[in-house]
Design a protein around this ligand. Structure first.
Ligand SMILES: [Fe+2]
Ligand SMILES: [Fe+2]
Length: 372
């Protein structure tokens, strides 16, 4: 169907601009077996219940956020790139003053948080799809807690943008295509693989990158709390898929390996947000060659900060799923060609989610302070 058809609950004039219709091709599975047979998922579900946090009472929304200060104390790689591009001969940014760079930094920051917000809604929808499609009761229970987590994440990023920064940016076409494909796929485990393993690793790396750079206390706490949930979500993916993939045929495993190769090798393409440049009254086509030249000049390694963080989380988890070595090491070979195997034994979020639990750490500290 097209999005111009009538959708109950939405005024007809707003349908085209305010919603996206996605058709799910996977079957919903109702279960008759309620046995709690998967101990590690039971543990994870219990952990998820006790680590729920309240976005209204546990974050201090009265914190005063000054976007200009925020950008000047945490210049991101994109802003540094723009400064480098401005110094190149003939650059459309040549006449920019500090005022424009600060404004660009604010717009880029808003663009990043907007992608976090849209991605979190995608995660909420995907977790809800897993509730409906996974054939194991323990996984349905767990995915229900994740759906709540992702609702909270979507809501806090939307609130931070709306109350502290201003207008959000639209979802990037790349992220949209990636998430819609998961929501439409007929194979339930592809939603898991794409969200819990690929996009959650991407999110942990992106949030971690922002957390390292920011001094803003509300954003810091928000990111720490969101990350402690995300690390659990990755563990959920690893536990579930490691079990499933033991029973798939070579041909089925090959499909999953191709999915990972396509997703990861494609996601390395540098993306830019054209709307940011539009808001800055700069012609995107005109500035792009300068940004690319500046990027080529600045590139110190094939895997700059954020990309490193992503693969350091992704590759070890894929190894645990058995997908590196299935089919005579088909994925191992493809990733080796791209230089990704250096991350095979890196950061361990698949079982180490306890270390990310900032919520539990804060509560333990508060409890010991109260008893002291
Ligand atoms: Fe999330
Ligand atoms: Fe998540």
């Amino acid at each position: 169907m097209t999005t111009t058809e009538r959708i109950a609950g939405i005024p007809e004039a707003e349908v085209a601009s305010s919603i996206k219709v996605v058709r799910d091709n996977a079957d919903r599975i109702f279960l008759w077996n309620y046995d709690r047979s998967r101990g590690q998922l039971v543990t994870l579900y219990n952990k998820a219940m006790s680590s729920q946090w309240n976005s209204v009472s546990e974050l201090d929304w009265s914190t005063d956020v000054d976007p200009e200060r925020l950008v000047m104390t945490q210049p991101g790689p994109a802003l540094n790139l723009a400064r480098e591009a401005a110094a190149l001969p003939g650059s459309p940014l040549a006449n920019w003053t500090e005022k424009e760079f600060v404004q660009l930094g604010i717009e880029m920051f808003k663009a990043s948080l907007s992608q976090f917000m849209h991605g979190e809604q995608g995660a909420m929808m995907t977790a809800a799809k897993i509730v409906e499609t996974v054939p194991w009761i323990d996984a349905k229970y767990y995915a229900s807690t994740q759906t709540m987590d992702e609702a909270r994440h979507t809501e806090v990023f939307a609130k931070y943008l709306h109350t502290k920064l201003g207008d959000a940016y639209p979802m990037s076409p790349f992220l949209e295509a990636q998430i819609m494909a998961l929501l439409e796929d007929s194979r339930w485990d592809i939603a898991y693989l794409g969200m819990q393993i690929v996009i959650e690793s991407l999110a942990l790396a992106a949030f971690g990158d922002m957390l390292r750079r920011t001094e803003e206390p509300l954003l810091k706490k928000l990111l720490r709390y969101v990350m402690s949930d995300e690390a659990r979500h990755v563990a959920f993916g690893v536990l579930s898929l490691a079990e499933l993939y033991q029973d798939l045929s070579s041909a089925e495993l090959k499909e999953r390996q191709d999915f990972l190769a396509d997703n990861t090798l494609r996601s390395r393409a540098r993306s830019t947000t054209p709307e940011v440049w539009e808001r800055m009254n700069v012609n995107v086509e005109a500035v792009l060659p300068f940004l690319m030249e500046a990027a080529a000049k600045m590139e110190t390694s094939a895997f700059a900060g954020f990309q490193r963080g992503f693969f350091a989380k992704l590759v070890p988890n894929v190894r645990k799923l058995g997908l590196l070595d299935a089919n005579n090491g088909y994925l191992r070979q493809r990733w080796a060609e791209a230089g990704l195997l250096e991350f095979e034994w890196a950061d361990d979020t698949g079982s180490d989610y306890e270390n990310y639990d900032a919520v539990a750490a804060d509560r333990a500290a508060a409890a010991s302070a109260a008893s002291a």
